[in-house]
Design a protein around this ligand. Sequence first.
Ligand code: DGT
Ligand code: MG
Ligand code: MG
Ligand code: MG
Ligand code: MG
Length: 253
Amino acid sequence: MAKSKYEYVRTFELEDKCLQNCWIVVRLDGRSFHRFTSAHKFEKPNDKRALELMNRSAAAVMEEFRDVSLAYGQSDEYSFILRKNTDLYNRRQSKIMSAINSTFSASYVYYWNTYFEDKKLLYPPSFDARIVLYPSDQNLRDYLSWRQADTHINNLYNTAFWGLILTKGLSNNEAEKILCGTVSSEKNEILFKECDTNYNNELPMYRKGTVLVRKLVNIPPSKSKKHIICPLHVDIIGDSFWEEYDEILSLKD
Ligand code: DGT
Ligand code: MG
Ligand code: MG
Ligand code: MG
Ligand code: MG
């Protein structure tokens, strides 16, 4: 068939293939979730239902995209790790990023009522997305360590901040003043002495975030095996997680 005279517009499209042999990380982050979480009156500092909704939406991404081998989430963000040899969309960056973002965002709305039975969704939430390529396994592990360290720093601060306000009745300014310039051990101590809270007893999901991995499990009567997506709330900075799930960094399926 003859080409139309309009065909040439295709040549304006730019090549955006992700470099071979690199880990592809897609990170999504809720747009203006400061506003979204207050409009929907999320519990402070952590709303369990909201985090579970994020986890469910991320699992939906993993159900749809088999090459996502691991995902890590905290607060209003989720990172998806694609196998370094993935061929998804011929490694086209804009395709991968937009498909993952829309699957996640649509799932967040689709599953809203499952987690917030009594709360109406007041307006459509949206997420921004970026892709980062990491050439070495160490870079990838450092990326995930960076996100999990961020979870720890923010959650310890927020738990102490809201502890002082909600249990001690301090104002936002007073709480901020007390915490200003404190190191982790001091925040732990303030929580323990002032708020009767042992930080180590806070939910692991709040302290560690959520790692989604694929696990091969037995299906009892049939003796067959099946991959399921499992949420874990464990340390991913040290070596033990990577030793237990050594298939994530290896290139085999
Ligand atoms: P952005 O990402 O630049 O569009 O702006 P924000 O407002 O989304 O800022 P970000 O992503 O740095 O911070 C996340 C916001 O979401 C922050 O205001 C705290 C809030 N948030 C996240 N998870 C929870 C939760 O479980 N409960 C409550 N109350 N707030 C949460
Ligand atoms: Mg942001
Ligand atoms: Mg955000
Ligand atoms: Mg965020
Ligand atoms: Mg199409």
